[in-house]
Design a protein around this ligand. Structure first.
Ligand code: ZN
Length: 85
């Protein structure tokens, strides 16, 4: 089972993008969030400033867990989006 979560900045509206977190709990822990966002690179990625609280890369404000939901089912098989190249 996994959670779909996103960190969001209430100060400037910056969204850090969704991540999938493999967990059995109903809410991801800070450690799990940090591990999940370690895979996110680039200007959108949140910054962990030594502590457990991620901060916004744009304004330096605190990021909040905007939404998280359990994804019980695996996503459907990929559609036929194959492009001949
Ligand atoms: Zn911000």
């Amino acid at each position: 089972m996994s959670l779909r979560a996103e960190l969001y900045c209430y100060f400037c509206g910056h969204g850090s993008g969704e991540v999938l977190i493999a967990t059995k709990s109903r809410r991801p822990s800070p450690e799990q969030l940090k591990a999940a966002y370690a895979a996110v690179t680039g200007p959108r990625a949140p910054i962990w400033d030594q502590g457990e609280q991620p901060v916004c890369p744009r304004c330096g404000g605190q990021l909040f867990l905007e939404k998280y939901e359990q994804t019980v089912r695996r996503p459907a098989a990929p559609t036929q989006a194959s492009r001949a190249s």
